[in-house]
Design a protein around this ligand. Structure first.
Ligand SMILES: *Cc1c(COP(=O)(O)O)cnc(C)c1O
Length: 348
């Protein structure tokens, strides 16, 4: 059956016709010489929007986090990361493999927050038996915590605890614009407490490729050297950066729609016997819900027959809303889920 609703991730978004036009018309040059006007515009615009000095266009969020950690730290340094963070769980340990950095996981609360006392307790003393704790990484929105946005106050509290211990602060803001739209605040406020931040163009903003890192000029210069070493000094990459510029102008405010659809999805799922989810806890575009253990592959196979794609998480299943998913798609998915669970109950 043809795919009708793809809820696996917001990374599956396709460029709109207008975005493709921006790509078609992009002015380009050799970015390794600093000559690509579209890349320069995207980097400046990103820095301006996030209230930082400079920006760096990178190939992915993973690369953005990696060059940021490498630029903040030296070999043998320690980075505090949430134990449920993307950096710790889903980036192949790159900071350790390529940078000789020690990733120290600390407890994440159910809202994606890292308690200041937990940060303080994890900060190592000046003692040559232990690695110097140099950096705290914060994730906003928090993917595994159902897309929880962290407020500026929460971010300040975490950052203050890190600075007391002599650390810098990096925000993995893969979906920071979802957080800003959800909270109704300027994105600048959310990243103000941090030295650097990464955000993804390729998720809810619907670009085909890319992320941007922002921070102080000297930090960005350093990150640019690491990006070159990683083989990502790119040439006429303005064809991709043009999509990023388009998305920053046109794709942010509409994230509200994705959040409304996620809420609608969670409310419908909560009414199904056998599913556990708190719709009041859904504030952006990610819905994690609990299913009976062992039922994940049957659910995803059943949905696939109806043209609905989901990852077979078990017992926590995830659905992500995004550009291209309508409220009708949500209702279609809810009917499929209701019928699956009714049949499963009848068979039991
Ligand atoms: C998606 C994601 C990233 C980066 O992902 P890439 O696939 O490398 O672009 C980083 N952090 C979080 C929280 C993410 O969800």
């Amino acid at each position: 059956m043809e795919v009708r609703v793809d809820l696996r991730s917001d990374t599956v978004t396709m460029p709109s016709p207008e975005m493709r036009r921006a790509i078609y018309e992009a002015e380009v040059g050799d970015d390794v010489y600093g000559d690509d006007p579209s890349v320069n515009e995207l980097e400046e615009k990103s820095a301006e929007m996030l209230g930082k000095e400079a920006g760096l266009f990178v190939t992915s969020g993973t690369q953005g986090n990696l060059v940021s950690m490498l630029a903040h730290c030296g070999r043998g340094d320690e980075v505090l990361v949430g134990d449920r963070s993307h950096i710790f769980s889903s980036e192949a340990g790159g900071a350790s493999v390529l940078g000789g950095l020690f990733l120290y996981p600390i407890k994440t609360d159910r809202y994606g927050f890292l308690e200041p006392d937990v940060i303080r307790a994890a900060t190592k003393p000046h003692d040559y038996h232990v690695p110097p704790t140099r950096l705290l990484c914060i994730e906003n929105t928090h993917n595994q915590m159902s897309g929880q946005p962290l407020t500026a106050e929460q971010t300040h509290a975490m950052a203050d605890a890190a600075r007391e211990g002599g650390m810098n602060v990096h925000i993995d803001g893969a979906r920071i614009f979802n957080a800003a739209v959800s909270l109704g605040v300027d994105v600048k406020e959310l990243v103000a407490p941090a030295d650097s931040a990464t955000f993804c163009l390729s998720k809810g903003l619907s670009c085909p490729v890319g992320s941007v890192v922002v921070g102080r000029q000297d930090f960005i210069n350093h990150a640019r050297r690491w990006r070159k070493m990683l083989g990502a000094g790119m040439r006429q990459v303005g064809v991709i950066a043009a999509a990023g510029i388009y998305s920053l102008d046109n794709m942010i405010e509409r994230l509200d729609e994705d959040h409304a659809n996620a809420k609608r999805l969670a409310q419908g799922l909560a009414e199904i016997d056998g599913i556990s989810v708190d719709p009041d806890n859904i504030h952006s575009n990610i819905v994690f819900f609990q299913i009976p253990p062992g039922s994940g592959s049957a659910i995803s196979a059943n949905l696939k027959e109806r043209g609905i794609l989901v990852n077979a998480g078990d017992p926590m299943m995830r659905m992500v809303t995004h550009y291209g998913i309508s409220s009708e798609d949500i209702d279609y998915t809810l009917v499929a889920m209701q019928e699956h669970f009714r049949a499963a109950v009848a068979a039991a």
